[in-house]
Design a protein around this ligand. Structure first.
Ligand code: NAD
Length: 298
């Protein structure tokens, strides 16, 4: 292991999240005091996927803690597409609702694209609507998908350079990789980088990851990136959240990222831990987008 960088910075999402939430509290208080508006999220959960239930619960908790409203519409697994779209249309027209979120994944019987497209772009606090992705790619983002938005905040908070840097993204999902590319490639706050996007069609991934000044991994493969795949001084953002069996843990499993943290730590200039890196940012950015929507409703 190379000890070139003795002072690797640990990029803790909780520090960034606390900072943003302090600022959001001021905005929420102002909305209440001056306009009698309480930011409200309407989440829709179809079926009883335990992981989705857990995500929805943590969103509800976070909104409550910030004195905002989060209501959840729990729908049975056999809900029809037309019933779901009717519910979304009602929420689109409800002035008390500022953000609408459909918890993914949806049951296979439902067309996720059609359903996500039925959310009003003005209330699309997940930032998945094609119109919001279009705004982002035109360099005028309105609602930025929460995970890439949170990563920009981490880069900003810790003053990680992006301008004139080579950013390499591994993963091209609609929720992380693609919007991340759009944000970093343009001349936006914490952008103006030269960006390479790698995916399952990439030949010789290491060739690219070794060139990265900033490496963002969202591949969903436990501890996939090893120390010999990066160069000294790389800034690493690990988006992965993977559950792996571990008999030494009380729960029988542990959560790891897509980066082999201990193998890469000494070589990296900075790195997000998993858990505690990107994860804490996602709900905070959902709050932030909902507050923005509430402000836009004035
Ligand atoms: P995904 O699971 O939809 O797709 C994975 C991507 O990785 C694909 O685009 C694929 O092309 C690429 N990929 C897979 N194997 C590869 C390989 N061998 N070489 C190069 N590229 C490869 O992606 P996702 O939904 O963005 O999720 C990725 C990871 O991020 C998951 O672990 C997920 O749990 C996590 N995640 C975390 C947060 C958070 O809040 N921290 C949010 C979203 C996703």
């Amino acid at each position: 292991m190379n000890n070139f960088f003795f002072n690797t910075i640990l990029l803790k999402g909780s520090n960034v999240s606390n900072h943003i939430r302090k600022n959001l509290t001021l905005q929420i208080n102002e909305l209440k005091k001056t306009y009698n508006i309480t930011p409200k999220l309407s989440a829709i959960l179809v079926g009883d996927n335990p992981a989705s239930q857990l995500y929805i619960k943590s969103k509800e908790k976070a909104f409550k803690k910030m004195d905002c409203i989060s209501e959840t519409h729990n729908l049975p697994i056999n809900t029809t597409e037309s019933n779901l779209i009717e519910l979304i249309k009602g929420l689109n027209n409800d002035n008390s609702v500022h953000g609408i979120l459909v918890q993914l994944p949806l049951p296979k019987s439902l067309d996720s694209k059609k359903i996500l497209h039925s959310i009003s772009p003005e209330k699309d606090v997940d930032g998945f609507h094609p119109m919001n992705i279009g705004y982002l790619y035109q360099g005028e983002p309105k609602y930025v998908p929460c995970t890439p938005g949170g990563i920009i905040e981490i880069l900003d908070f810790y003053d990680i350079p992006t301008e004139r840097c080579h950013a390499v993204i591994v993963g091209r999902s609609n929720i992380v990789g693609k919007p991340m590319y759009g944000l970093l490639a343009q001349n936006l706050r914490k952008g103006n980088a030269t960006v390479t996007m790698c995916h399952t069609g990439t030949k010789d991934l290491s060739y690219f990851t070794k060139q990265a000044d900033l490496l963002i991994i969202a591949a969903g493969i436990p501890e996939f990136i090893k120390g010999d795949m990066i160069s000294e001084g790389t800034h690493i953002i690990d988006v992965g959240i993977n559950r792996v069996n571990d008999a030494s843990e009380k729960k029988g499993y542990k959560i790891v990222g897509d980066v082999d943290f201990f193998d890469c730590f000494d070589k990296s200039a900075s790195i997000t831990p998993v858990p505690g890196g990107v994860g804490p940012m996602t709900i905070t950015m959902l709050l932030s987008n909902t507050v923005t929507s509430a402000k836009n409703s004035i």
